[in-house]
Design a protein around this ligand. Structure first.
Ligand SMILES: CC(C)(COP(=O)(O)OP(=O)(O)OC[C@H]1O[C@@H](n2cnc3c(N)ncnc32)[C@H](O)[C@@H]1OP(=O)(O)O)[C@@H](O)C(=O)NCCC(=O)NCCS
Length: 312
């Protein structure tokens, strides 16, 4: 089937064709809201069969050109399991085959895809990180952020310079970031200053320092967008100081209150990823419950896996 496929660059005009690939992530797909940005940030490709778009994938080089990071893979249900993604990936590998800087390929995926393609992925890639993915939901009308007492003023938005300082400290890197990767927007980056301009376009970074200001104790990364009637806030959290993490969450809840005022939305969805143990996670998630939101226990994608392989 692959020889009848045409692989070409995706354009803004392909929006509807790409959306017609179907509803993935059970109505939680970010691509409808982020398509324009993805076309800007990534080299996106579509797979076409007789003029019908049946597959999509984005990629870009990160880590100063060392790592090929592929994102947003999707194939129409009727064509899945027939080599469509493999054909897009082949086109990408051919494109980069003469580029000597490229040494690795990295992907991030969830447990749902792992259930289908896990064996194949594990055959080719090595897992470097696994994080818990939690979904917190609620109606805007039930959201009561004012009930939170807080000292979230200690949470500061980080600049590129702050991130550079963190990445240059071996202690901060090994203490904060498991697997020595940071995963803004669910994509893995090495802790290299070259990645900062890529990461900061689209995500915000927040930090708190310990009382003597000598080191960062917690770092969070946020991103938000509107998805139909929902406002979606993504939060990735690093560190294990529970009090500090709670402060971050209160800050993000207060920010969310302002965002809601500016936008028309009736539902809140917070997508959170973390590496905390069960008990700590339970404690910090109670912050969201206190302001009227609910932890969605039916959320099917509850694990984020990061894989990497060396490109020979
Ligand atoms: C995941 C999905 C895109 C795979 O597409 P497909 O055309 O069915 O896949 P193929 O038939 O080409 O076979 C899977 C191949 O892609 C690889 N693969 C699977 N998921 C991958 C991913 N997210 N990134 C890179 N490679 C992936 C597998 O290792 C396998 O490689 P192989 O050539 O060594 O066998 C498709 O099943 C899909 O759209 N699923 C729903 C959306 C989804 O879960 N997307 C993943 C987002 S991370």
């Amino acid at each position: 089937m692959t020889d009848r496929l045409v692989i070409r660059r995706a354009t803004l005009e392909d929006y509807q064709g790409v959306m017609d690939i179907g509803d993935i992530y059970e109505g939680r797909d970010y691509l409808p809201a982020m398509y324009e940005k993805y076309i800007k940030w990534f080299n996106c490709r579509v797979a076409e069969k007789n003029g019908e778009i049946v597959g999509f994938n984005g990629e870009r080089l990160v880590d100063g050109g060392m790592t090929l990071c592929t994102v947003a893979a999707r194939v129409k249900e009727a064509y899945q399991g027939q080599g469509v993604l493999a054909a897009i990936l082949k086109d990408i590998y051919e494109f980069y085959q003469d580029k000597e800087s490229v040494k690795y390929e990295a992907i991030a995926t969830g447990n749902v895809n792992m259930g289908v393609n896990g064996d194949k992925i594990r055959r080719r890639f090595t897992q470097i990180l696994q994080m818990v993915h939690v979904e917190i939901i609620g109606e805007v009308t039930d959201f009561k952020p004012n009930t939170m007492e807080s000292d979230e003023t200690k949470v500061q938005e980080l600049t590129s310079e702050d991130l550079k300082e963190i990445f240059q400290s071996k202690d901060s890197c090994s203490r904060l970031f498991p697997g020595e990767r940071i995963v803004p927007n669910w994509y893995p980056y090495r802790l290299l200053p070259e990645n900062i301009p890529l990461m900061i376009d689209g995500s915000k970074f927040w930090g708190t320092k310990c009382s003597d200001q000598s080191k960062y104790t917690t770092l969070t990364v946020t991103e938000f967008y509107n998805l139909r009637e929902r406002i979606v806030l993504k939060i990735c959290v690093y560190g294990n100081d529970i009090i500090d993490i709670k402060r971050h969450f209160v800050k993000h809840i207060q920010n969310l209150r302002h965002l809601i005022k500016l936008r028309t939305c009736s539902l809140i969805m917070i997508q959170l990823i973390h590496s905390l143990d069960c008990q700590d996670a339970k404690t910090i998630l109670s912050v969201f419950e206190k302001c009227g939101l609910t932890i969605n226990s039916d959320f099917p994608t509850n694990t984020l896996f990061i894989f990497e392989r060396e490109i020979k």
